[in-house]
Design a binder for this molecule. Structure first.
Ligand code: DGI
Ligand code: FE
Ligand code: FE
Ligand code: FE
Length: 185
């Protein structure tokens, strides 16, 4: 199995410098959350390092993966392309890194939208991506406070903030984001 440094060396060429630094901060934040809430530390580390692997792939390539891979929900194409890099990245990593662990793939796939029935691993990566110290979303400080005590409450507040942000800006909301919210509320 791959070490932290091997995984970081693997993703580095795929990411811009600022995105790489975000990835390192997400990983450190996710490991803190894993210690606090009892996630599988090694899986958390792998999922966090790889979560934005496909972030800079051309939109057209991501679209072709969605069209061609039966496991990828076609309705992604009806929503903002920002939502595509997680689900597609989780599948791309099967060939690029021989990543076959379904629980890690799940956490990568749902890190932007959330989904119904998130595992502890899914929640930790989703939350770490939202609260890493480089983020300055409005309301992030409240979520950081919640994340000291309660994983579900923190994820719920991150979802609420994101849904409010998207609706305030008259943007669509992917159904899985509502499914995650509805389950936690
Ligand atoms: O890849 P990152 O920049 O680290 O973060 P991300 O993968 O969480 O992407 C976040 C962006 O995706 C965020 O600015 C909001 C946007 N977005 C667009 N549509 C949706 C959405 N986020 C959610 N949760 N649900 C949506 O429908
Ligand atoms: Fe992302
Ligand atoms: Fe996110
Ligand atoms: Fe990210």
């Amino acid at each position: 199995s791959l070490s932290r440094n091997e995984l970081l060396d693997f993703v580095r060429p795929h990411l811009k410098q600022s995105r790489y630094e975000h990835t390192v901060r997400v990983t450190d934040t996710a490991l803190e959350l894993a210690e606090r809430f009892g996630g599988d530390v090694h899986k958390v580390e792998i999922a966090a390092i790889l979560h934005d692997f496909a972030k800079h792939k051309p939109k057209e390539d991501l679209k072709q993966w969605i069209l061609r891979d039966q496991r990828l929900s076609k309705d992604l194409l009806d929503y903002h392309h920002e939502l595509w890099h997680g689900p597609v990245g989780a599948i791309m990593l099967e060939s690029e890194l021989e990543l076959k662990d379904r629980s890690i793939q799940s956490a990568i796939a749902c890190h932007t939208s959330g989904k119904k029935n998130m595992s502890t691993l899914d929640k930790i990566v989703f939350l770490a991506d939202y609260i890493e110290p480089g983020r300055n979303f409005s309301g992030v400080e409240e979520v950081r406070e919640l994340a000291k005590e309660n994983l579900d409450e923190a994820c719920l507040q991150a979802l609420i903030n994101t849904i409010q942000f998207l609706t305030n800006n008259q943007r669509s909301v992917y159904p899985d984001t509502f499914h995650a919210y509805n389950q936690l509320i």
